[in-house]
Design a protein around this ligand. Structure first.
Ligand SMILES: NC(=O)c1ccc[n+]([C@@H]2O[C@H](COP(=O)([O-])OP(=O)(O)OC[C@H]3O[C@@H](n4cnc5c(N)ncnc54)[C@H](O)[C@@H]3O)[C@@H](O)[C@H]2O)c1
Length: 365
């Protein structure tokens, strides 16, 4: 077991204290001690979540066993002698088929994991449906964090209200030509493209078949009503992924990241055949696209909100809304910031891929 002479930095950035201890990182990693939160270093007990060091950050790239705070810790020691290479402390490559959780080795397309790490400041990211609601919130948060942001929406008034500096252009995701033109424009406007928040969406709820209470007549959902939602929420979202990824691959923009907005409704919900079809497909294709785009170093994740306070839900019948909220275990409707926390996680965590995160306060339909 090699002994790695790192200098651990304890405490928050800016208030860090250098500790001249030697930590055997390989030992920590192989014995899965990182998950236990604390570890004896020298004669002192150290809270691993407070350790901000290059070796723990790199270790976190290999598996999810590292405490999240350590996994995302910004390394203040860039340039230190331990930062440049994995060094002798890194678990040696095991034969295929015998990889355990602790002994995972990089896949064939992984170069150096630090090359894949996303920093919000480095993002050149498209947000669809960003003129209002969650999309506008995500675009604003990204812009505040230093990202280049290009927002497309059919709502041109909403686009004008976004903070100055965010690139905006009318986009109807139900039109293929619009999407192609928008992606080319966004690439030029931002000087590159490495992210997409695939957020534009509409509702056109209705039962597939119902019987009119007064006349007894059987009423069917029209194909137009079904297709209107599929065209925006599924075909539009799929074409956005296709065009953005094609551009990233053509221009060798990796690492890249895509966040699809699915929904709790993807599991099935009365009155939402069209919406459910689209949101379930988006969650399933998050896995498909993760597999297809991994060779290009593009990750794909999805967020499944429950009930969030946006113009979309403001249009709902108040009684129905109150009924939903009464059944949310956290006791309130979600707000866009709740969802931003999840979006930010997907963007930044380079070990997150192909999964859908439910952010719904614990509610169920
Ligand atoms: N609000 C919720 O409770 C909730 C729950 C689950 C999932 N979602 C999903 O989250 C996403 C954002 O929802 P929201 O609540 O912020 O909705 P919202 O209605 O407030 O915003 C949606 C945005 O999409 C835009 N849009 C609609 N059709 C478009 C098109 N053809 N081309 C481009 N833009 C278009 C709208 O103009 C609007 O700005 C949607 O995909 C929605 O389905 C929302």
């Amino acid at each position: 077991m090699s002994n790695c002479s790192i200098v651990a930095v304890i405490g928050a950035p800016g208030r860090s204290r250098r500790l001249p201890w030697t930590i055997d990182i390989e030992d920590l990693y192989l014995k899965n001690l990182l998950v236990q939160g604390q570890h004896d270093v020298g004669e002192k007990r150290v809270d691993l979540e407070q350790i901000n060091c290059p070796l723990l950050t790199v270790a976190a790239d290999k598996d999810t066993i590292c405490p999240p705070a350590a996994a995302v810790a910004i390394n203040p020691l860039v340039g230190s002698k331990d930062e440049g290479s994995r060094g002798p402390w890194w678990p040696r490559e095991r034969s295929r088929g015998k990889q355990s959780r602790q002994h995972a080795v990089p896949g064939p397309h992984h170069l150096d994991e630090r090359e894949n790490r996303m920093n919000l400041k480095e993002l050149k990211i498209v947000v669809t449906g960003g003129a209002q609601g969650m999309g506008a919130h995500f675009a604003t948060r990204l812009f505040e964090a230093g990202a280049q942001v290009a927002v497309g929406d059919v709502n041109e008034e909403g686009l004008k209200a976004l903070p100055k500096g965010i690139h905006t252009r009318r986009l109807d995701v139900s039109k293929e030509d619009d999407i192609i033109g928008f992606v080319n424009w966004a690439f030029d406007a931002m000087g590159g493209l490495n992210g997409l928040i695939n957020n534009a969406g509409i509702l056109k709820d209705g039962l597939l078949v119902k019987k009119d209470k007064t006349t007894g007549q059987v009423v069917k959902m029209s194909l137009d009503q079904f297709n209107a939602v599929i065209n925006v929420n599924l075909i539009g979202a799929t074409l956005m992924v296709r065009e953005v990824v094609a551009k990233m691959v053509e221009k060798d923009q990796g690492p890249g990241v895509i966040v699809n907005m699915s929904s709790i409704a993807r599991h099935g919900n009365r009155g939402q055949s069209n919406y459910v079809s689209a949101k379930a497909a988006l969650a399933a294709n998050t896995v498909t696209w993760m597999k297809e785009f991994a060779p290009f170093r593009i990750r794909v994740g999805a967020i499944a909100p429950g009930m969030v306070e946006t113009p979309m839900t403001k249009g709902m019948n108040q009684k129905a809304l109150d009924g939903f909220i009464a059944n949310i275990p956290v006791g309130r409707i979600g707000v866009p910031e709740d969802l931003w926390v999840a979006v930010k996680f997907v963007l930044e965590c380079d070990y997150f891929n192909g999964r859908t995160i439910d952010v719904d306060g614990g509610m169920g339909f």
